[in-house]
Write a protein that binds this ligand. Sequence first.
Ligand code: G6Q
Length: 549
Amino acid sequence: MMAPTFFESRNVVKDLAPLKAHRREWKGVHLRDLFRDDPGRAERYSIQAGDWFLDYSKNLVTERTLQLLHDLTRRARLPEAIAAMFKGERINLTENRAVLHVALRAPETADFRMDGVPLTPQVHAVLRRMKAFAEAVRSGEWKGHTGRPIRAVINIGIGGSDLGPAMATEALRAFADRRLTVRFVSNVDATHFVETVRDLNPEETLFIVASKTFTTQETMTNAETARAWALDSLKDPAAVARHFVAVSTNADRVAAFGIDTHNMFEFWDWVGGRYSLCSAIGLPLMIAIGPEHFQDMLNGFHLMDRHFAEAPIESNLPITLALLGVWYGACWDAHTHAVLPYDQYLARLPAYLQQADMESNGKSVDARGRPVRWQTGPILWGEPGTNGQHAFYQLLHQGTKLVPCDFIAFCRPHHPIGDHHAKLLANCFAQTEALAFGKTAEEVRAEGTQGRLVRHRVFPGNRPTNTLLAPELTPSTLGQLIAIYEHKIFTQGIIWNILSFDQWGVELGKKLAGRILPELLDPTADARGHDTSTNQLIRRYREWSKPLH
Ligand code: G6Q
């Protein structure tokens, strides 16, 4: 395993030391003071990239902090790492793979290579097949086995083969053809399949089986169940060819499942599951919103890829977000990060980013396998505003934990009804104002509160937020937004000297489930070989799962 130089000879503890020293001098500095003393702060601490405007002025930073953070990128050789990713070097060291999701959204003329082989012709060949297929389904030209047009498309996949298209299909619902129903089944719990298809007609239903490996237990189980459900009414096994297509890197397995490989849309091992929305994994989204909108989304991604690769570090939006996260993790004991979209269409964005961030940077050994002695990826979580305000914001304002937050909003609504949108955005801006500046005891008293109650009504403030604002939620601004977070995650991984593109932490549970499964299926099988707790749970399951009659 040959590590590129930016992973080698790093001493992250030493690299973070100047920031930690700076933090010790911070004492008592409040955002109230920083804003009062510097009328240019908001403007100076803002970045425009593509259609996105980032105001990061409500963060606990000074010029000195930013200077130290920018130094850190040089120590981490970030520019070299970015170049290595774009050049197709195998920076996913433990899987010996390149990381080239940026090639998926580049124009055909772009020069991306893998071991010298140009990639964009392959990428665009698959895109053209996807576009033709999506058009055929949308226009009704693609017929089901009995000659009826398709009215429902069900994606069967999990993790990276589910969350991206599921999130984006919801996000871009305003651009979708409402005559088509597009749904997602991921959980191995049969409830998910049953509830998803219960109102559908198999004659008019198309399944997309999406799995990079085509071996994933959940997806294969759901795909078998879907095939049985379809054949139960269509009767003829030849119907599978009209009702099942596959998205995979594994043609042999696709064929073994019984799907004609002519109906397979390919992607490649240099596309990580959680970075695969722009590959054929995006097929259900393309069918929902149409090829042109899908292309707009790809262009949005690409625009932000260029910004990330080309903008100076000081005005680089994803890098700035990444550095702020590093600062709070290393020096402010922040363990979580909230993503708060003020847009109902982005309801699934936190779940999507949870995987992107936590599966990538939830690591505790560095690139060379040595235990880390610094914080790596935060716990990412969130819910759309304003709902969250009536639930967990209490803790954000007055709790004992520092939770840096990203507020995300759009200026033009898709549904300009009454003053809904002004109210939505008023709440969004008000929250960042309240979190930053709080309310002092004097201010509470001035409003007429006296005695002990004063303490309960004080807002300490000084709680950091970013605000990301775009004119409108479109395929392009969504693509740009996702790319911002992808590159933020990459940057943090490089600074922490961890490997962001593998996910060994998901293996053990899968393996143990494989051992327990036969012990649950066969109640006579010996199931005493685990620890006493697991043995006991299996025994209890066997008792309680017996049919009642
Ligand atoms: C993503 C992960 C993981 C993966 C799923 C599904 O980066 O690797 O979430 O996407 O386990 O895998 P398959 O696509 O192979 O079914």
